[in-house]
Design a protein around this ligand. Structure first.
Ligand code: DGY
Length: 325
């Protein structure tokens, strides 16, 4: 008999067919407790789950007593309680490589859009304000040859450093736990402490995951250490930045602008003050959202679940130590 799994996100038909070859698939739209009795019944039997979003913690694991593997269609896994998964011997699979270049593109687009005020002035054109040659109140600031500071030097940080160095002639600073030889040798990146990065960067790009250590890593004190002309870009996770402190810093001119793909609460509440600020570019968490990359992530997540439930895991496993037991 094929193992039973719960699929809680729609995936392309060919990938769904691949899953069907290996598993009895029960498909649902999300994992909310009030979804349906059918979901609860499917979870009771499920050896695997595949999807994205939703909190996967001890309470959830009680609902899925036979679970052996969870495969998330994302690189980030802050919605999973890894300790609880470990205690229940559940493998956690994610998609760390397929989205790297796309998320780096998103970061660069936020840098450009924030500096050159692309969204704001495009809106002015659409609303008929472009009546003659434009003056200084439409101008932005340069990106090329400015200093880019990167928080976190993982795969995405490295791909961003490559773009900044070769494409824009930007000196690159980074703050990370370890020295990154490749970033230093190929892109001339310089590792520095957080205060130096805050003080010297024109653009600060957050590529960090959300952990206990990174929660509110950028707060009032750190924003005050940035250049007044500085621009903060976040495409990591929203809670890495204290959002209220950021709103205050943008409102009172402590920093110049922000480009944000992630927020403390997503979707961003419609009454968020961020939406009223002209110096904010706000995106709906599109980091990896291209047709090609989202397909690649779903395909990777499918392969990951097959590997996890057939005992052939070689990569993409967050808690690989469970396999060594
Ligand atoms: C991820 O995969 O964690 C990204 O945030 C998706 O854009």
């Amino acid at each position: 008999m094929k193992p039973s799994i719960v699929l809680y996100k729609t995936i392309p038909d060919d990938l769904r067919e691949r899953l069907d070859q290996y598993f009895t698939v029960h498909a649902f739209d999300g994992l909310h407790p009030d979804n349906s009795a059918a979901l609860e019944q499917a979870l009771q039997q499920a050896e695997g789950i595949l999807g994205s979003g939703g909190k996967i913690d001890e309470t959830f694991l009680q609902r899925a007593p036979k679970l052996r593997a969870a495969s998330t269609i994302s690189v980030g896994y802050d919605n999973f309680d890894v300790e609880a998964l470990n205690a229940h011997n559940v493998l956690l699979m994610h998609t760390p490589t397929v989205l790297t270049e796309t998320v780096a593109d998103t970061l660069m687009s936020l840098v450009l859009a924030s500096a050159r005020r692309v969204v704001e002035v495009a809106e002015r054109v659409k609303s008929g304000e472009w009546q003659g040659s434009i003056g200084p109140d439409w101008y932005g600031v340069d990106v090329h040859h400015k200093t880019l500071g990167i928080l976190g030097m993982g795969r995405i940080g490295l791909a961003l450093a490559q773009r900044a160095h070769f494409g824009f002639g930007m000196p690159v600073l980074y703050n990370a736990r370890r020295t990154h030889q490749e970033a230093e040798q190929r892109f001339n990146a310089r590792r520095c402490d957080l205060d130096t990065l805050l003080a010297e960067s024109d653009f600060i790009c957050i590529t960090l995951p959300l952990t206990d250590e990174t929660f509110h890593m950028i707060g009032r004190e750190q924003l005050a250490k940035m250049k007044q002309s500085g621009i903060l870009i976040n495409a990591g996770r929203g809670p890495v930045v204290d959002e209220q402190a950021l709103i205050d810093a943008l409102q009172n001119g402590t920093i110049h602008a922000a480009g944000l793909d992630v927020f403390e609460q997503e979707p961003l509440p419609v009454d968020s003050p961020l939406l009223k600020l002209p110096n904010v570019v706000a995106l709906p968490h599109i980091g990896s959202a291209t047709h090609e990359t989202r397909y690649g992530m779903a395909a990777c997540a499918v392969d990951n679940l097959i590997a996890a439930l057939t005992g052939t895991v070689k990569e993409n496993c967050v808690n690989m130590q469970l396999l060594e037991k």
